[in-house]
Design a protein around this ligand. Structure first.
Ligand SMILES: Nc1ncnc2c1ncn2[C@@H]1O[C@H](COP(=O)(O)OP(=O)(O)OP(=O)(O)O)[C@@H](O)[C@H]1O
Ligand SMILES: [Mg+2]
Length: 856
């Protein structure tokens, strides 16, 4: 347990760049997705977007033709974000949610709010009151979640439990798509800091998923809107500004984005991580808890179980109140102390209970509008479960002075946007080109301590709402190695102990030739996942070159290759235009003073090693968790197989008991029926006592024993259904064969090529089979149904096939091909044509059935 998020050294900054996509033809307005060649398709098939919600999660996939939602094992589109532990196995998703009340201490939810955080983080402390399970501080300051699993107390951390849930989503997707799912895009709340993003990436890695991008919830929604909006202004026209409001379970998020055809640019965001549907549920819980205290003298809030039961009922009531304005009853049977409780509430009174909720929502909307300054909002789209509340819609209408639009699927828009983004990033599909420029949700600062004569300093390298992904180059004059510390700017609602992003030591710095310092250029980047990094650093070295020698160019530091000249998905501030010179240049100048005698100074770039330290999951821990996960999966599988074989036994008991009293009743003797009934009762009693929890093989063995009694009866019944028709078919076939033999003997033309000895041999076999069949039919007629048949249906079929083979070999023998010879008149040929031989066979179909129908 625990020991998870710790500072880890790494120099590996893998860069991702936005891929160029194939633009579909102008006529192609609806079909955005096309499969690429089978070669790339087979290399990487999964195109999956995951909306990891606090309450429920959705999976969408992009297929040629569009985005589709993936249904889970209960054929539902939403999978509750719940993981439960029991004495035998884990259950995840719907099953875990359904059993919440019975397994309160070991059913884990609200995972998204715990990832990557310290136990003492005020955010986590604020969560505790909502969680019926036990959280504790881990030795490294992280979170330990206590559950009872496999009969003992065990501790897991949030990332591990989240990995279990993501693993379930992977399994659900694989069952639907019938391919291994690895590549995906997962949504994150805008407020996630680097440490939370890294924790989620680690969880995905443990689950065996390869995250192509962590996408901000609201940006996914904006993409979902933009890709399908057919009437966006052209690139040279003023953009359309749309505000998206997502009222979720625990979070309210807002984003404003500008759209032109083929691109979206996020302008500003506003988020309240502690405002969502859950707050309304708990406001109702408090209201009814107080009422029930007076009315029934029960202390609801003193019991976790009662609180969660009431919460679930209040949530149902809240949802009903969204569509019904009149008073609605709330009833819970056997609630506490065996008491049934009931209350009533109407929408208006409910709204008066939670004025603060609506004020805070309005405050967030206004914060977004302030950030937008003078930008005119053209449209407001609302999503998330909470926007079904009429007062929220009314509020949006009031503040924006326009009707909120609901053109997006309120529950699925995030997953759909993620799937579109996955399609854009994956080589599996060609996608209509659509560029997405997101923003940094928090301002990011770089600080450096004093080194030598260089003073300490700080710089806000990415202000809040700065475009992202983005690279910037920072230039410092330094004479020796130094350290940069990256952190979130203060006063942004991030706990003080969670501000740190990373520490970066820039090595190998020394003054340039003849100077007291060197110009050090450092590339900083906020990447696709929203993570900050310093990707590389160079110092400029001044070298003396002969004047007529080939000029040594200062190569600009390599930045994103697909930097658009103007506006675009990935921006760069190049060193020559927007360098942030934070130190004054040292005296003596740098590059241009001419030297004497045909030499001059020129600068070249020397790469500097960066030692990075940031809060990443240690790979060794990830590997350990992957192994643990594999073990738990085998345990789950074994448990499922055991349950399946127990169910098979149970089902057989009920099925065969019903049948021996019904369909099978004539096919079993009274004595055997009684004997089998007794065995079934015995097995049933065992199943609900000692047989509750046995090894898979024990159930299979019991089933085999019962089947040994039941199968002969079932066999007699099934054979009796088929046998009469089969007897008839065989008799008819024999009769037809005899007719064909008679026709041959009568000299019929179509059999004229047959040899007499073959026909006689065939008839001998037929006579034998006829005697066999007559004897079987006679004996069978004397048998009663509960006796075993004289011949099985299987044997009858074998006999029939063998006879048909013998007959076909003779009667379907191909006629020799006529060989037209000059000497012979074509008499025979003409006759054959006139006869219209139905059995004419050129030898290729020698095994075809003989056609005897036209001989009747
Ligand atoms: N008809 C309704 N009326 C009122 N609230 C509703 C209605 N339907 C759903 N909700 C609420 O919406 C919330 C769930 O919304 P949503 O599914 O968007 O959340 P989530 O994506 O799981 O959470 P988050 O976005 O915080 O991660 C719950 O609080 C639920 O009670
Ligand atoms: Mg959501």
């Amino acid at each position: 347990m625990g020991g998870v998020l710790q500072r880890q050294k790494s120099e590996d900054f893998s860069q991702r760049t936005t891929r160029q996509k194939v633009v579909p033809s102008a006529s192609d307005t609806e079909q955005f997705f096309h499969f690429t060649s089978s070669e790339t398709t087979s290399r990487n098939m999964s195109v999956v977007g995951i909306d990891l919600g606090n309450q429920s999660s959705y999976i969408a996939t992009a297929r040629a033709g569009g985005i589709e939602m993936i249904l889970n094992d209960y054929s539902m589109r939403d999978t509750p974000t719940y993981v439960a532990f029991t004495s035998k196995s884990r259950s995840i998703g719907v099953a875990a949610r359904n059993n919440l009340i019975a397994n309160l201490n070991s059913t884990i939810f609200n995972l998204k709010r715990l990832l990557g955080r310290d136990f003492q983080d005020p955010f986590v402390q604020r969560e505790l009151k909502y969680l019926p399970f036990t959280l504790q501080e881990a030795p490294d300051g992280g979170i330990g979640i206590k559950v009872s699993y496999l009969g003992k107390d065990q501790w897991f951390n949030p990332e591990q439990v989240c990995a279990m849930f993501l693993g379930k989503l992977k399994e659900i997707s694989e069952a639907d798509l019938k391919v291994t799912v690895t590549d995906c895009v997962i949504s994150v709340p805008i407020y996630y800091t680097d440490v939370e993003r890294r924790a989620l990436l680690a969880a995905a890695q443990i689950a065996g998923l390869n995250v192509l991008k962590l996408m901000n919830d609201t940006t996914a929604v904006a993409l979902s809107y933009g890709l399908y909006a057919t009437d966006l202004p052209d690139a040279d026209q003023p953009p359309r500004t749309v505000v998206f409001l997502d009222v979720g379970y625990a979070t309210t998020q807002l984003v404003a984005a500008s759209f032109n055809r083929g691109k979206l640019k996020v302008l500003a965001t506003a988020v309240d991580p502690h405002l969502g549907g859950r707050d309304l549920d708990y406001a109702l819980v408090e209201h009814f808890a107080k009422e029930f205290k007076d009315k029934y003298k029960i202390d609801v809030l003193g019991s976790k179980r009662a609180t969660i039961r009431l919460r679930d009922e209040c949530e149902k009531l809240k949802k009903l109140m969204s569509s019904i304005a009149n008073e609605i009853p709330l009833n819970i049977e056997c609630f506490m102390n065996d008491k049934d409780v009931s209350g009533r509430l109407k929408r208006e009174d409910f709204e008066n209970l939670v004025p603060d909720y609506f004020q805070r929502t309005e405050q967030k909307i206004r914060e977004l509008l302030d950030a937008l300054k003078d930008v005119k909002v053209d449209r407001v789209e609302v999503i998330g479960g909470g926007i079904r509340i009429p007062a929220i819609k009314a509020l949006v209408k009031k503040v924006f002075a326009m009707e909120p639009a609901t053109s997006l699927n309120s529950d699925e828009a995030v997953a759909r946007g993620c799937a579109i983004q996955c399609a854009i990033l994956s080589p599996t599909l060609k996608v209509k080109e659509f560029s997405v420029t997101d923003v940094c949700p928090y301002g990011i600062e770089l600080r450096w301590p004093q080194t030598g004569s260089s003073p300490a300093g700080a710089l806000e390298v990415f202000p809040r709402n700065h475009a992202s992904p983005f690279s910037k180059i920072v230039t410092l004059n330094r004479s020796e190695p130094f350290t940069l510390e990256a952190s979130y700017a203060a006063n942004q609602n991030i706990p003080i102990n969670a501000l740190w992003i990373g520490t970066f030591k820039i090595n190998d710095v020394k003054p340039s030739l003849g100077e007291t310092s060197a110009k050090v250029r450092i590339k900083s980047r906020v990447g696709l996942n929203g993570l900050f990094s310093l990707t590389n650093a160079y110092r400029e070295e001044i070298v003396m070159v002969e004047e007529d020698a080939a000029a040594v160019q200062i190569q600009p530091m390599e930045v994103d290759e697909q930097t658009p000249k103007t506006d675009g998905p990935v921006g760069v501030e190049r060193s020559d235009s927007t360098t942030m010179d934070v130190d004054q240049p040292t005296s003596g100048g740098t590059a241009s003073s001419p030297e004497k005698a045909k030499t001059k100074r020129q600068a070249k770039q020397i790469e500097l090693k960066i030692d990075s330290e940031f809060p990443e999951y240690p790979q060794q821990k990830v590997q350990e968790f992957i192994e643990q996960e594999n073990e738990m999966r085998s345990q789950d599988r074994a448990e499922k197989e055991k349950a399946d074989s127990r169910n098979a036994l149970e089902e057989y008991i009920y099925e065969i008991r019903g049948k021996i009293g019904g369909d099978y009743s004539d096919y079993v003797t009274e004595t055997d029926r009684e004997k089998l009934s007794a065995l079934l009762t015995q097995a049933e009693d065992w199943l609900y006592s000692d047989g509750e929890d046995q090894a898979k093989s024990v159930y299979s063995e019991k089933l085999k024993n019962l089947q040994a009694h039941g199968q002969p009866i079932a066999f007699r019944y099934r054979d009796a259904q088929e046998r009469p028709a089969l007897f008839q078919e065989m008799a008819h076939y024999m009769q037809m064969t005899r007719k064909a033999a008679d026709a041959y003997r009568a000299g019929e033309e179509k059999y004229s090529h047959l040899e007499s000895k073959d026909v006689e041999q065939m008839m001998k076999t037929l006579d034998e089979k006829q005697r066999w069949l007559d004897e079987k039919m006679n004996s069978q007629a004397k048998k009663s149904q509960h006796e075993d048949p004289v011949v099985s249906v299987a044997d009858l079929k074998k006999e029939k096939t063998a006879l048909e083979k013998t007959v076909n070999a003779v009667l379907n023998k191909p006629k020799p091909k006529p060989t037209p010879k000059k000497a012979e008149p074509p008499k025979q040929e003409t006759k054959t044509k006139q006869d219209g031989d139905v059995n004419q066979n050129n030898g290729e179909n020698a095994n075809e059935d003989v056609s005897m129908d036209n001989q009747d």
